[in-house]
Design a protein around this ligand. Structure first.
Ligand SMILES: C[S@@+](CC[C@H](N)C(=O)[O-])C[C@H]1O[C@@H](n2cnc3c(N)ncnc32)[C@H](O)[C@@H]1O
Length: 245
């Protein structure tokens, strides 16, 4: 379970990260996905990336998602798009699920390295599940420039620079072979859809006991993005290659 704010704020997101469908298709090409590929998607959310990749490349995708409301939407969309034979969305805390060793051609974790306690731990966990010659793709924020302003709420997050992020992969033994970065448009689309979803929900649910908490959290996120995030925080999908033995 995750804070209800995210369920409300991301109730209309197909992709729950600052990324476009076009860039996810570039990711699919980079990963050389085809009908024979098996993909793991840790923290699969509402299923957008998994469904896009399976629908385009014919690969199979095993998702793991902790939030029942998101996993239910992923299932529903798989059924509507007639992709249920290619995708699965397991409900559970990915950190407690043993990943089958060397089972996948590619493993993804887009926007959820906190699941394993950080980027290095995520790269290490995903790398074990990937066959030699396969790929680990992690979507992660990075700092565009330093130092960060003293009144920026996110300043204590454990992110690093673009170079520092690539170095973490390399330290885990995986050379980074591709970086697919978010543009300002990707960020604006992702962030402002939160605003619209929350505004619509508040209008429809003014007496909900959590309305005030959701309104104030939304306002905090919005101001933080406008004042600092848009300038200081980048986001990219980093693709690491597990060398053949
Ligand atoms: C930023 S969203 C990204 C969703 C999806 N990867 C995407 O790109 O559209 C992060 C997701 O991580 C899920 N999550 C958080 N903790 C988790 C955990 N311990 N195990 C599995 N999923 C988790 C959240 O519920 C949410 O769906």
């Amino acid at each position: 379970m995750i804070p209800r704010y995210y369920i409300v704020a991301e109730s209309e997101h197909e992709l729950q990260n600052p990324i476009s469908e076009e860039k996810l298709l570039v990711l699919g090409k980079t990963l050389a996905l085809d009908r024979s590929s098996r993909v793991l998607d840790v923290a699969s959310g509402r299923g957008g990336p998994a469904l896009l990749l399976a629908g385009t490349y014919g690969c199979s995708v095993d998702g793991i998602e902790i939030e029942p409301a998101f996993q239910a939407v992923a299932h529903e969309h798989a059924h509507e798009r007639e992709l249920s034979e290619l995708v699965s969305f397991r409900l559970g805390d990915a950190s407690g699920i043993d990943l089958a060793p060397s089972a996948y051609d590619a493993a993804l974790c887009l926007g959820a390295t906190f699941v394993y306690g950080g980027l290095a731990e995520t790269v290490a966990a995903l790398a074990t599940s990937v066959k030699p010659g396969g790929y680990v793709a992690v979507g992660e924020p990075y700092w565009r420039r330093l130092p960060l302003p003293a009144d920026y709420d996110e300043r204590n997050e454990l992110f690093t620079t673009l170079d520092g992020t690539v170095t973490v992969f390399e330290t885990e033994g995986l050379p980074v072979v591709s970086v697919i970065a978010s543009s300002e448009d990707d960020w604006d689309r992702y962030e402002t859809l939160h605003w619209r979803s929350v505004a619509g929900w508040l209008a429809a649910n003014p007496d909900d006991p959590e309305a005030e908490e959701i309104r104030s959290r939304s306002e905090r996120h919005k101001r933080s993005y406008l004042r600092f995030g848009r300038d200081y925080m980048g986001w990219a999908i980093f693709v690491g290659w597990k060398r053949p033995i």
